[in-house]
Design a protein around this ligand. Structure first.
Ligand SMILES: *Cc1c(COP(=O)(O)O)cnc(C)c1O
Length: 313
């Protein structure tokens, strides 16, 4: 684990419980890594903040500051019916006293009872606006976005893209790379929109992304996000696209059994409960890669624990 890094300056953030930064880094003993000479650590971003856990805190923090600096009183963002980003944005709005509007994919959901994730958003004061899938797909087109802002009556909202991934989010995630700098050779993260991986997790080490969606365009999206943030893409990351298990929120029994087993092995020492949609796929991928000999002996490998398990999962 190495010496404790010096505490960073107080990050800008919502009031209420202080964010726990840098997040803890826990070394775990696991034979699937140890027998290949690989040192596995868990970067516990899930412990950063009870309401804005994981990479959602890092991705939102500079956007929230920018919204406040530019005098906005409403945040508008996008997500699917189980989006962690929507939940985090709703919680941030409550903590900061900002109105929030969530544009939700799927007009068939309108008028139905809310699932637990959307119910939490609503309880935090988020106004939910359901749109059909083709509108949702085109939400970033200027005409579609203008229409959405008009329909929701918030022309002046601060707009955060789906998954929160914009250049300010990427900049927010560079702090993760800085926290890992002296402790890690390879940092690995599960990817949705790829905003967290786009931070590069530091120029002087390798970053590995495990997409949890079936798609194939993520590499281009990440390069584009890096271009918008840093002026050019960095070359220190790669994706392994083999571990989506059929797509977003697909969690076959074998994956769930793996997650449970991981908790049995390491839960007592770490208190970790494995989030199933992203973190389980990441940890599974790393055990396979380790057994394949993908990491040189002596590699310090860090799995970024990007979120917490919800009771409803
Ligand atoms: C949102 C989320 C991710 C994906 O982050 P991206 O920056 O969109 O790639 C990973 N893990 C968890 C738990 C998340 O909630």
């Amino acid at each position: 684990m190495g010496g404790a890094p010096p505490p960073p300056p107080d990050p800008p953030g919502p009031p209420g419980p202080h964010p726990r930064l840098p997040s803890p880094l826990q070394r775990v003993e696991d034979d699937r890594f140890g027998r290949h000479g690989v040192e596995l650590s868990l970067k516990r971003d899930d412990l950063i903040h009870p309401d804005l856990p994981g990479n959602k805190y890092r991705k939102l923090v500079l956007n929230l500051r920018s919204a406040a600096d530019t005098g906005h009183d409403t945040l508008l963002t996008f997500g699917g019916a189980y989006s962690n980003h929507l939940r985090a944005t709703a919680a941030a709005g409550r903590l900061l006293g900002l109105a929030t509007v969530g544009v939700v994919r799927g007009d068939e959901l309108a008028g139905r009872p809310l699932n637990p994730s959307l119910a939490r958003c609503a309880a935090d004061g988020m106004r939910l606006h359901f749109v059909d899938r083709s509108t949702y797909r085109e939400k970033a087109e200027p005409a579609t976005l203008a229409a959405l802002l008009r329909e929701t009556g918030c022309r002046d909202a601060y707009v955060i893209p789906e998954g929160g991934s914009n250049p300010l989010a990427v900049r927010g995630c560079t702090a993760l790379g800085e926290e890992l700098r002296e402790h890690t050779d390879v940092a690995a993260v599960a990817c949705g929109t790829g905003g967290t991986l786009a931070a590069g997790l530091g120029p002087d080490r390798r970053a590995l992304g495990v997409p949890v969606l079936k798609g194939g365009f993520l590499g281009e999206d990440i390069a584009a996000l890096q271009r918008r943030t840093f002026g050019e893409p960095t070359a220190n990351w790669r994706l392994d696209e083999r571990f989506h298990w059929g797509g977003y929120a697909r969690t076959p029994p074998e994956l769930l059994a793996f997650a449970e087993d991981f908790e049995h092995r390491h839960g007592d020492a770490t208190g970790l409960s494995v989030e199933r949609l992203y973190v389980a796929k990441l940890l599974y991928a790393l055990t396979v890669l380790s057994e394949e000999g993908a990491f040189r002996p002596g590699t310090r490998l860090t799995a970024v624990i990007t979120g917490t398990r919800e009771p409803s999962e």
